[in-house]
Design a protein around this ligand. Structure first.
Ligand code: WAQ
Ligand code: MG
Length: 277
């Protein structure tokens, strides 16, 4: 892949004010046409022929492109939502998020984190110690943008995840987003679950722990979802963080380790064992 002549392609489909479908890629010039088509098809499948589909093709030119290695992936399986949230909370706390901040994030996400009570388009930014919300726009939130897999890494992660039975495009997309977020300045961890009523899997991600999936973080048919980016307020430079998340291009060129599912207790036992080499 030629890292110089890359293009950011972003699609957003809406009906009136309502966001219906979105997606984005970073590709070489020769792939622009095909990629625009793929993103359009994705919007059409969601029934977005009635209103508006906007596709932006932006040359990244000589802009610096950060190259990242994807977070390691593991799934921690539980029987129900409460056990899932308890395990996610424990992981977040071991990543350095206070119990208070975890509680705040889960309450906001369950209730609908936007000021108006619905889902946000972007993420909350939450002080990992005090649990206070810091994002400048509490209706929209902060959107991570301009990230993708390189062609080689895309193929590798597809195969790795598929070998574990993880074939949904959401998993690859969320892993890419979480990898960018975890690499951002001031980030401690992230908590996410989908707003899609049929998709109950969510995750916790952090630079040190990787990407931990939880198959039941909410009940089926619940259309409330969102993201919380936990930050270390002592080192946070909000402008720098927002610039990195929204504007600076990141390409994932290496994949991490992908492990089979296990129960949370088995995972926590593993992690507290002394490492013998
Ligand atoms: N930046 C920040 N927040 C975003 C972004 C973004 N680019 N895109 C979505 N969000 C927020 C927004 O509040 C959405 O309502 C919420 O996240 C959920 O978005 O199998 O599919 O696209 O490992 O519904 C996680 C598990 C799936 C995947 C997450 O999220 C797996 C998912 P969705
Ligand atoms: Mg969604």
């Amino acid at each position: 892949m030629d890292y110089k002549n890359l293009y950011s392609i972003r699609m957003r489909a809406s009906i009136g004010d309502r966001h219906i479908s979105g997606g984005e890629r970073i590709v070489i010039r020769q792939k622009i046409g095909r990629t625009v088509e793929e993103l359009l098809e994705r919007a059409m499948r969601k029934g977005c022929t009635r209103d508006q589909i906007a596709v932006t093709v932006e040359p990244l030119g000589d802009a610096l492109i950060h190259r990242l290695t994807a977070l390691d992936v593991i799934t921690l399986s539980t029987q129900n939502m409460q056990a899932g949230r308890d395990a996610a909370s424990r992981v977040l706390q071991s990543a350095g998020v206070s119990a208070q901040a975890v509680h705040a994030a889960i309450s906001h996400l369950s209730a609908g984190a936007a000021l108006s009570g619905g889902n946000m388009r972007g993420a909350m930014i939450i002080d990992a110690q005090r649990g206070e919300r810091l994002e400048p726009d509490r209706e929209r939130g902060v959107r991570a943008s301009r990230f993708d897999w390189s062609e080689e890494a895309s193929e590798k992660i597809f195969n790795q995840l598929a070998s574990l039975g993880l074939t949904h495009f959401r998993t690859r997309e969320a892993l890419a987003l979480a990898t960018k977020v975890a690499s951002a300045p001031g980030i401690v961890a992230e908590l996410c679950w989908s707003d899609d009523p049929d998709y109950t899997t969510g995750y916790v991600a952090s630079p040190g722990l990787g990407y931990l999936r939880f198959p039941i973080l909410k009940n089926i048919e619940d259309a409330k979802g969102g993201r919380a980016f936990f930050v270390d307020k002592d080192v946070l430079d909000m402008d720098m963080l927002l610039r990195y998340l929204e504007k600076e291009a990141t390409l994932i060129t290496e994949i991490g380790e992908c492990r089979a599912a296990m129960e949370p207790d088995a995972y926590f036992n593993l992690r507290t064992l002394p490492t013998c080499r």
